[in-house]
Design a protein around this ligand. Structure first.
Ligand code: MG
Ligand code: ZN
Length: 218
């Protein structure tokens, strides 16, 4: 029984990987960089994205794909930033997969883009397992989630090129051990870029935006 489930999961991931490879080829042909932005519900992905767009729109041609279980609340917020947004509702599904991205891209003019940002469904587990054809992943971890998360959910931190430690302004009100979290992150993934951001105070956002521009411009 257990073996059967593992086999089934392997087949699902195999089929996903094939479509992800097609997506990746399409993105390369059209010259668009794609970031898969992941993190827990409430980590501040959409707020970070709003702040990021303020810093990169005008320098990069950007569009956003918003993944959510239900509602278009986040897509409506991003639309106000003045970029094209495609909403994917997973109807309860806890991650985006390559086929969803393939379909969403049919409504985008990829030739007119430098960067496509995909905000994945809020979840620290399976979004890291499903390749969507992105060029790189980034994960948002807020201070209020606790410093134990990198070791408890290692895959997402191993897979991500950058981690954004968000809500850093709340550090003094929590028992989040910043040096220990940084140590755990570097142990899991020695080359991971670590940003400390506050979307209310503005800390770290320019550095993060500059890194993103650097990853996009080739
Ligand atoms: Mg969001
Ligand atoms: Zn899932």
């Amino acid at each position: 029984m257990i073996e059967l489930e593992i086999k089934l999961m392997k087949n699902i991931l195999g089929a996903n990987d094939e479509i992800a490879a097609l997506n990746r080829k399409l993105f390369a042909e059209r010259g668009v960089a794609v970031m898969n932005l992941m993190g827990s519900p409430g980590s501040g992905k959409t707020t970070l994205l709003e702040q990021t767009l303020r810093r990169i729109v005008g320098r990069l041609r950007v569009a956003v794909i918003e993944g959510d279980l239900f509602t278009a609340k986040d897509a409506e917020r991003i639309e106000r930033a003045g970029v094209d947004v495609i909403q994917i509702n997973t109807a309860g599904g806890c991650h985006l997969d390559a086929a969803m991205i393939q379909r969403a891209c049919m409504s985008l003019n990829l030739d007119a883009l430098d960067l496509l940002i995909v905000e994945n469904v809020g979840n620290l587990v399976c979004p890291a397992e499903f390749d969507i054809g992105e060029n790189f992943k980034a994960v948002v971890l807020s201070i209020t989630e606790g410093d134990d998360k990198p070791l408890k959910y290692p895959l997402i931190f191993k897979e991500s090129a950058a981690v954004v430690l968000n809500k850093i302004d709340l550090l003094e009100f929590t028992n989040f051990d910043l040096p220990s979290a940084r140590q755990d992150l570097t142990t899991l993934h020695p080359t991971i870029k670590i940003f400390e951001t506050s979307c209310t105070r503005g800390d770290g956002l320019d550095d993060w935006a500059a890194w993103l521009i650097g990853r996009t411009v080739r």
